[in-house]
Every structure is written in structure tokens, then in C-alpha cells.
Write a protein that binds this ligand. Structure first.
Ligand SMILES: O=C(CO)COP(=O)(O)O
Length: 248
């Protein structure tokens, strides 16, 4: 039985002092036996979030990370900078990083490998555009993203990974995928992991749905066989996040 994992992706929202206030507000609401809880916050807010989350069930994650150890990469954050603070999770390859910051399946793969090397759990994002869905290539496209992202990742590592299926057309649009659409793709992702590795790895890996998740849509989505929680944007900044975490 996989435990659900619900992660908030704060995106480019909240200053460090606003972070302290929001973590303090949400802390009692996200206390949960139901789901593992992660707040992925802007890099500069990580120390404030860690301090405010002390003694709670909240894990703090990053929204991105670079794939080199150190050096002349102005503006980037190295994996050991995250682990030194106590960061346990990192979102890799969010569609906004792919669209606005030129991330590719290849750089996603490098980052995933680097995260594992440093003991950070990657939340690996995948998902199709509306045009791809309309062309009927969603599953082929997502399978390709996953296969490349996991190249060189061992089965033992993959078992601990989190995959977030986020159809791009559902992100920030209020257009949540239907439960059937979300389950169909999450199932296909699990089958892809079974093909690349084995059934035990596919059974262990946790697959989230993301895209306009709300307190209203979470219970049905997370009850699906292949959906093990969510990656939540807008609703992660509100008290509703407590309801999403404690969806049952
Ligand atoms: O991109 C997302 C999470 O990573 C989803 O964002 P919304 O929940 O705001 O649609």
C-alpha cells in the first residue's frame, strides 16, 4: 500500500517573511496521518521555511536544482547547498522550467541522477500540452519523458522517486483533468516503469497528479489506483491545502 504524498509547489510566490507566516498558518492544518507532506518553496525562502516547520510533519523541498557540484554557473543552486540545509525533496523538470528556462529531457535526467547521488528525492514532472492531447500522442509523449528522465537511475533509486503527472493545459487554468484522464496516464506511467525496471519498482514508485487540484477534486483523484497524491500550485498557498493533504 503506497502512502499518498502531497506536495505544494509555491512557484515564485512569498518572501522569506511571508513564508514564515504561511508555514505557521498551515502547520496545524496539514498535520496528517493520511499523506506525507512537502512544501516546495523558492530557494531563498528555504531556511525560513525549515525553521518555521521545525517539529511539524512538513518536509521542505526545492523547486529546482542544478546538475553540477559547484563552479561558474551564475545564479544556480548546487545539490549540496540544499542538503546542507536539510532539504529532502526537489521538483525536477516542471513544465514552467521547460517552457521558460529551456529545460530538456536530457537536463532533467542529469538533475534526477544528481539528486539521487545526494540523497534528495526528486519529484520528476511530466505532462503533455493541449495540442499533444488533441493529437492523441499523450501517452507516447509522457512515456518518452519518463524513459529519458530515468536513464541510468537504478531500480532501488526509482522505487523512492516521485513522479508528478501534470497536463500542461490543466496547470493554473482551473481546468482539472477528469479523474479518468488522470488515472489513465498515471497507470500508463506505472506500466512504463514496470517495463523499464520490474513490477516491484512500479508498485513502489509514487505518482502524483498535478493541475488545478483543489479541496473539491482531491478526494476522487487521490482515490484512483495509480494516483498517489498530488503536486499542488495555487491551492498550496491557502488553508485548503490542509483539506487536500487530509483528503479522506
Ligand atoms: O503546476 C502545478 C504544480 O506544480 C499546478 O499548479 P495549479 O495547482 O495552480 O494548477
Amino acid at each position: 500500500m503506497r502512502k499518498t504524498i502531497v506536495a505544494g509547489n509555491w512557484k515564485m510566490n512569498k518572501t522569506p517573511s511571508e513564508t514564515v507566516a504561511l508555514v505557521n498558518e498551515l502547520k496545524p492544518l496539514v498535520a496528517s496521518e493520511v499523506s506525507d507532506v512537502v512544501f516546495c518553496v523558492p530557494a531563498i525562502c528555504i531556511p525560513a521555511a525549515l525553521e518555521a516547520a521545525k517539529g511539524s510533519n512538513i518536509n521542505i523541498g526545492a523547486e529546482n536544482m542544478y546538475f553540477e557540484e559547484s563552479g561558474a554557473y551564475t545564479g544556480e543552486i548546487a545539490p549540496n547547498m540544499l542538503t546542507d540545509l536539510g532539504v529532502k525533496y526537489v521538483i525536477i523538470g516542471h513544465s514552467e522550467r521547460r517552457e521558460y528556462f529551456a529545460e530538456t529531457d536530457e537536463t532533467v535526467n542529469k538533475k534526477v541522477l544528481k539528486a539521487f547521488e545526494h540523497g534528495i528525492t526528486p519529484i520528476v514532472c511530466c505532462g503533455e500540452t493541449l495540442a499533444q492531447r488533441e493529437q492523441g500522442v499523450t501517452i507516447d509523449f509522457v512515456r518518452q519523458q519518463i524513459k529519458i528522465a530515468f536513464q541510468g537511475v537504478t531500480a532501488d533509486q526509482a522505487k523512492t522517486a516521485v513522479i508528478a503527472y501534470e497536463p500542461i493545459w490543466a496547470i493554473g487554468t482551473g481546468k482539472v483533468a477528469t479523474t479518468e484522464q488522470a488515472q489513465e496516464v498515471c497507470k500508463a506511467i506505472r506500466e512504463c516503469i514496470a517495463e523499464v525496471y520490474d513490477q516491484a519498482t512500479a508498485d513502489a514508485i509514487r505518482i502524483q497528479y498535478g493541475g488545478s487540484v483543489s479541496a473539491a477534486s482531491a478526494p476522487e483523484l487521490f482515490a484512483q489506483e495509480d494516483i498517489d497524491g498530488g503536486l499542488v500550485g495555487g491551492a498550496a498557498l491557502k488553508p485548503d491545502f490542509g483539506k487536500i493533504v487530509n483528503y479522506k
